[in-house]
Design a protein around this ligand. Structure first.
Ligand code: F6P
Length: 317
């Protein structure tokens, strides 16, 4: 069996561990694996290369992706299906192992199904925003990165009271990542794109927290509506100094956690078995703490908004 590995959309910690695990399984059973550079754009252009096992092992704990990704919408081209089939035929590729986030899986899987290209998808994004799986590879590492930043903020916050700390996380237009971090770090406020908030309410809440505890910690998602005015408005309305930390893309390149390395290798084990058994289309998903192989497409709808009860508890609502 020969598999082509494709990484599409945002990279996430754990991808390299998963690629390494898949390549080892292939090697041990006489199978073959090639990697596409630059996501589907590279695959359609036939840019496939052998994977160096020793290099893979060495880089398996690193974040990012040894195979470059791409967000180019090449699958929408009218001849994309024909080109894909031609590349697979010319390179004796029987199936695909696809790493991707919500957009990539929603867009690519129905097309691959239509074109008859066997594929197992690995839901991969720090955002944890994919319907049909409770967990996406990389999320834990991105949370740990933020928790380390919180420790640093708390150290200085304790030492010099009288400030409000805003910690901005990635997460795109969904608040799962910010909520997970706010909950685990014991933040005083969580601001998410899915739930509107009032600036006067926020100012009053953090003012009271600072009065009681010396400082307040607000965790917010990068795309919270009104985020640009927060830095000016919050000090004005609360009368307290505001200090802002944006984790930015350093969070996406966070060190790969033990959990993500484990999940990555287990996901690859399931994907390898499924493709060997001749599955035509599916994804490795987490349901109730257990990884399983889901056959067919992922559900088309968006994931429901993050847990309101947890959000309300953090915010004292
Ligand atoms: O992959 C998800 C994500 O990291 C989001 O959290 C973030 O908003 C986005 O990707 C950033 O994308 P890009 O790397 O294209 O700027």
């Amino acid at each position: 069996m020969k598999t082509a590995i494709v990484v599409s959309g945002g990279d996430a910690p754990g991808i390299n561990a998963a690629i390494d695990a898949y390549a080892r399984l292939a090697r041990e059973s006489g199978g073959q694996v090639v990697g596409a550079q630059d996501g589907f754009a590279g695959l359609l252009a036939g840019r496939l290369s052998e994977l160096d096992g020793a290099l893979l092992s060495r880089l398996s704990g690193k974040s990012g992706s040894i195979l470059r990704s791409s967000r180019a919408p090449v699958l929408s081209a009218p001849d994309a299906g024909e080109r894909l089939r031609a590349v697979m035929r010319a390179n004796d590729v029987e199936n695909l192992l696809l790493f991707g986030g919500d957009g990539s899986l929603k867009h690519a899987l129905p097309l691959l199904e239509r074109w008859g290209a066997p594929c197992v998808a690995m839901p991969t994004t720090i955002d944890n925003d994919i319907t049909g799986t409770d967990y996406t590879l990389g999320h834990d590492s991105a949370c740990n990165f933020a928790l380390a930043a919180v420790e640093g903020i708390r150290a200085t916050a304790d030492a010099l009271p009288g400030r409000i700390f805003l910690l901005e996380t990635l997460g795109g237009h969904t608040g799962y990542l910010a909520l997970a971090i706010a909950h685990a770090s014991g933040a005083d406020v969580a601001l998410l794109p899915e739930y509107a908030f009032d600036l006067d309410w926020l100012a009053e809440r953090v003012r009271r927290v600072v009065e009681r505890a010396g400082y307040a910690l607000v965790v917010l998602c990068e795309f919270v509506p009104g985020i640009d005015s927060l830095r000016d408005e919050l000090p004005r309305r609360s009368g307290i100094r505001v200090r802002y930390t944006a984790l930015g893309h350093a969070q996406r390149g966070a060190d790969t956690s033990h959990y993500d390395r484990t999940v990555a290798r287990d996901m690859s084990g399931l994907a390898w078995q499924a493709l060997k058994d001749g599955l035509s289309l599916g994804a490795v998903v987490m349901r109730h703490g257990k990884l399983t192989l889901r056959e067919g497409l992922m559900p088309p709808q968006d994931k429901p908004a993050p847990d309101y009860a947890r959000y309300a508890r953090i915010n004292g609502l």
